[in-house]
Design a protein around this ligand. Structure first.
Ligand code: 13P
Length: 251
């Protein structure tokens, strides 16, 4: 059985005070939930304070990105080791906003993924097609490229520490979520790709999250898909009550 993984990607939102307030409101709402992994991913500047606020709770801390070196002359970058230092267990890598606005391509993301894993972080690795790619029938090719290149060279034990987040770009922040059937179809395809690359047993264990306009009122139905193992939530994770409802819908 795959344990649901529910993560809130706060993107570039919330100053330190608001971030701590949100997480303090969230803690009692999800207290006692052990059947799912629940992760919050604030901005870098709030990680330390939020890390202290979740210490001793069932909430886990994640970052939204990291670099592929431990330290050195890489102005503006943050290493996985630094993230662990402030209490992160997780990082997101390859979000479509990183791919789109910061030109992060498959090869770089593969290097980042391997480095973060070797530094002891777990990773939510994002993939997903644009509307144009879907409409022109290229969706499966795009997903195949992102998975094959993104996960290239991972060991089986590293894949166990990795979750894939299927986030169709057209569903992110638009209010138009993938239908449960569309999401399930993509997730089954992605699991098939992992099976080809890594074998049956590890593919069966791989958690695949869905992301893109997840809300309390669509989470339950989306989770019915047998290959859906949780969510990566943007907008609806910014409020403690809606994020908690989504987490509960995934149980
Ligand atoms: P929304 O939930 O706001 O659509 O964002 C999804 C997302 O990008 C999570 O990483």
């Amino acid at each position: 059985m795959r344990k649901p993984l529910i993560a809130g990607n706060w993107k570039m939102n919330k100053r330190v005070g608001e971030a701590v307030e949100t997480v303090k409101a969230l803690v009692p709402l999800v207290a006692g939930i052990t059947a799912a992994d629940i992760v919050v991913c604030p901005t870098y500047t709030a990680l330390h304070a939020v890390g202290q606020a979740v210490n001793g709770t069932n909430l886990q801390l994640g970052a939204q990105n990291c670099y592929l070196k431990e330290s050195g002359a890489y102005t503006g970058e943050i290493s996985p080791q630094m993230l662990r230092d402030v209490g992160c267990m997780w990082t997101i890598i390859g979000h479509s906003e990183r791919r789109q606005y910061f030109s992060e391509a498959d090869e770089l993301l593969n290097e980042k993924l391997k480095f973060a894993l070797s530094a002891g972080l777990k990773v939510m690795f994002c993939i997903g097609e644009t509307l144009q790619e879907r409409q022109s029938g290229k969706m499966n090719d795009v997903l195949e490229r992102q998975v094959t290149r993104g996960l290239q060279g991972l060991t089986v034990s590293q894949l166990v520490e990795t979750a894939l987040a299927y986030e169709p770009v057209w569903a992110i922040g638009t209010g138009v979520n993938a239908t449960p059937d569309q999401a399930q179809e993509a997730h089954a395809f992605i699991r098939g790709l992992a099976r080809k690359q890594f074998g049956e047993s590890v593919a069966a264990e791989l958690r695949i999250q869905y992301g893109g306009s997840v809300k309390p009122d669509n989470a339950k139905e989306l989770m019915m898909g047998p290959d859906l193992d949780g969510f990566l939530v943007g907008g609806a994770s910014l409020k403690a009550d809606s994020f908690a409802e989504i987490a509960k819908a995934a149980l």
